[in-house]
Design a protein around this ligand. Structure first.
Ligand SMILES: Cc1cc2nc3c(=O)[nH]c(=O)nc-3n(C[C@H](O)[C@H](O)[C@H](O)COP(=O)(O)OP(=O)(O)OC[C@H]3O[C@@H](n4cnc5c(N)ncnc54)[C@H](O)[C@@H]3O)c2cc1C
Length: 615
């Protein structure tokens, strides 16, 4: 940052990041022109650009450097609407007029956006969106405001507290309104781009050339500067609060308000963790706490406005404290840039736009809402001059009202202090209410959790008992089944035993029957044999008796001699066998399961029997 820039723009982030811009000359020769614009802020630059675009010969006089006033020092929020709230406007001019005025203000936003695009302006770092956050829990009011702004044709969203705190990690914040078409820009580079565009279309800009006096009478107005004079058919007065030396009456309608701005040193990744939103953020209805991220990881914040300008370095501590209060998680906040700017605040908070006298136009009093309204006013005035467009008359209700001089400043400063105090009290109450609510909610959640745990335990106990009962039933059923199976097995075993016993009995009966049958057969056989033997014996006896008287009868028959004709033992006297020597069938019956063995009997056999056995 060079000395000239430091002097013109203060020790600002904008001066440090300003695009290259030539130092323009002082006006040194008299000129005759169509229009003279006094004031090289955004209002004067826009008017000069539009007039020169229309082919008019235009001279712009700037007492200092281009945009060295509020236009090059502000926070850069290009917002819809006006410094006056919509409610206030409706109360004053009615809904329809307010709607038309808001449309004009929105046209100012669009103009800035279009100019940045069409002029391919560099160094603007435009970021979309503006979050206007509430530090009190006023959801109902936010809903109502959202509805109203929607009716006015403004593109907005109402954000609940959770959503706000998700992008702005601060417990101070509740609901917010998100203005979708707003944007944040580097205002100094934008102003320099406007100046370059006007010059390209033929406008001549003189810096360090204050208008010292103006003679508005006659068709050709005469403007005096330190080194030269101008004569112009039209004059545009766009000098803001600094115009006092030239037209004190206009200056007296503006209350000078000076906010202070700081830009921190690089805060690193912690800034992105605390603030996820890269557009503009405001958390106050006052000129306090307007901030945004610049240069990637720096925070720019403005606030603590006063009605008497002071050294901006005195506000570094206060503004840093304001950052910490909102984002206590940010550590080691160093400030690299601190500056101030002064805006002109009107009593009705609306801009002063109109024709003061024939050919003398005023574009002033934009207050804290000047980035869109200067664009709007520059266009309205230029169109009125070029085409006699009467749209500017929409602003005629907002006349030049004396701002109260010193008393007005004191009153405004007092208002700031009181309002800040009231806001702080409301914020503390809201926070206390929230803590109480959250404590009550926590207690309720704890109670619900305990109740749920109790119900779960009861359900688990019931389930356990049911499982136990089921297990007992299962075991009983299994025991019963086992018992029945055992019974069945026992019955089966008994049946088998019975069957076995019956089979054994049947077998025994069969065996006994067989034995009986065998015994009977043997008895019958014996009887038959005995009968046969008896018959044979009798026959033998009869034969013996028949043969007995002959001696040859003692000679054994040839056939009865032993083989070889050997000596035979003397024959035993023929006696009938004793009944007891007979072997009964029962004696030859084999022992059960023993092979039948007939032991040679030691008893004497009957002769027929012995004979049979020999054969
Ligand atoms: C700190 C700060 C933050 C702000 N933030 C925002 C914001 O975020 N959004 C927003 O919309 N608005 C904001 N504003 C308001 C906005 O900046 C102004 O409303 C707007 O810039 C006013 O523009 P202007 O052209 O009327 O006046 P200025 O920018 O003040 O320009 C007036 C010019 O006229 C020159 N001049 C005066 N008298 C003479 C003379 N006799 N001869 C020649 N030249 C003369 C001055 O030197 C000056 O350069 C802010 C203002 C400040 C101070």
């Amino acid at each position: 940052m060079n000395e000239a820039d430091l002097k013109a723009y203060g020790q600002s982030w904008y001066a440090a990041t300003k695009v290259d811009d030539p130092l323009r000359p002082r006006l040194a020769v008299d000129l005759d022109i169509d229009a003279c614009v006094i004031g090289g802020g955004l209002a004067g630059l826009t008017a000069a650009r539009e007039l020169s675009r229309a082919g008019w010969s235009v001279v712009l006089l700037e007492a200092n450097r281009i945009a060295s006033g509020a236009s090059g020092r502000n926070t850069g929020f290009v917002l819809p609407g006006f410094a006056a709230g919509a409610d206030r406007l409706i109360a004053r001019v009615g809904f329809e007029r307010t709607r038309s005025l808001w449309a004009l203000a929105q046209a100012g936003v669009d103009y800035v956006r279009d100019t940045i695009a069409s002029e391919a302006v560099t160094g603007i770092d435009a970021q979309n969106g503006w979050l206007h956050v509430s530090r009190v829990d006023n959801g109902d009011e936010i809903v109502r405001t959202v509805q109203l702004l929607d009716d006015l044709g403004c593109e907005i969203e109402g954000w609940p507290t959770d959503r706000v705190r998700a992008v702005l990690r601060s417990e101070r914040y509740f609901h917010a309104i998100h203005y979708l078409k707003a944007l944040a820009i580097h205002p100094l580079n934008y102003a320099l781009a406007l100046a370059a565009a006007a010059e390209r279309d033929g406008a001549r800009i003189f810096e360090n050339t204050p208008a010292l006096s103006i003679d508005p009478q006659g068709v050709r107005k005469r403007i005096v500067t330190p080194a030269a004079r101008l004569r112009a058919n039209h004059v545009v007065i766009a000098g803001n609060v600094q115009i006092g030396g030239l037209i004190p009456k206009i200056a007296s309608t503006l209350l000078p308000i000076t906010p202070y701005v700081i830009t921190t040193a690089s805060l690193g990744a912690q800034l992105g963790e605390a603030i996820h939103f890269h557009g503009a953020v405001s958390d106050s209805a006052l000129t306090d706490n307007h901030y945004r991220i610049v240069g990637g990881d720096r925070l720019m914040l403005s606030g603590r406005a006063t009605t008497w300008a002071r050294n901006p370095r005195r506000y570094i501590r206060t503004l840093t404290r304001d950052i910490r209060k909102t984002y206590p998680q940010l550590k080691d906040i160093d400030v690299d840039y601190a500056w101030r700017g002064t805006l002109g605040h009107t009593v009705h908070r609306m801009p002063q736009i109109g024709e003061l006298g024939a050919g003398v136009w005023l574009a002033s009093g934009f207050g804290s809402h000047g980035l869109n309204t200067t664009a709007m006013a520059g266009n309205l005035v230029a169109r009125a001059m070029i085409k006699n467009d009467q749209t500017w008359r929409e602003f005629s209700p907002f006349e030049l009202v004396w701002a109260g001089g010193i008393a007005g400043r004191v009153a405004m400063q007092s208002y700031f202090w009181i309002r800040r105090y009231r806001d702080a009290v409301n914020e503390r109450r809201a926070r206390a209410r929230e803590l109480a609510h959250s404590a009550a909610r926590d207690a309720e959640q704890r109670r619900e959790a305990e109740e749920a745990a109790r119900r779960r335990a009861e359900a688990a106990e019931a389930a356990r008992q049911a499982a136990e009962a089921e297990e007992a039933a299962r075991l009983a059923a299994a025991a019963e089944a086992e018992r029945q199976a055992e019974e069945a097995r026992e019955a089966e075993r008994l049946a088998a035993l019975e069957a076995e016993r019956q089979a054994a009995e049947a077998e025994e009966a069969r065996r006994l029957a067989a034995e009986e049958e065998a015994r009977q057969r043997a008895a019958e056989e014996e009887a038959r044999r005995s009968a046969a033997e008896e018959g044979a014996r009798r026959a033998a006896d009869e034969e013996a008796a028949r043969l007995a008287p002959t001696p040859e009868a003692d000679v054994p028959l040839q056939s009865e001699l032993p083989p070889g004709g050997g000596e035979q033992p003397p024959a035993a006297p023929e006696t009938p066998p004793d009944e007891r020597d007979l072997i009964t069938p029962a004696e030859v019956r084999p022992e059960r399961d023993q092979p039948v063995r007939v032991a040679p009997s030691t008893k004497r056999r009957s002769r027929p029997r012995r004979r049979r056995e020999r054969f």
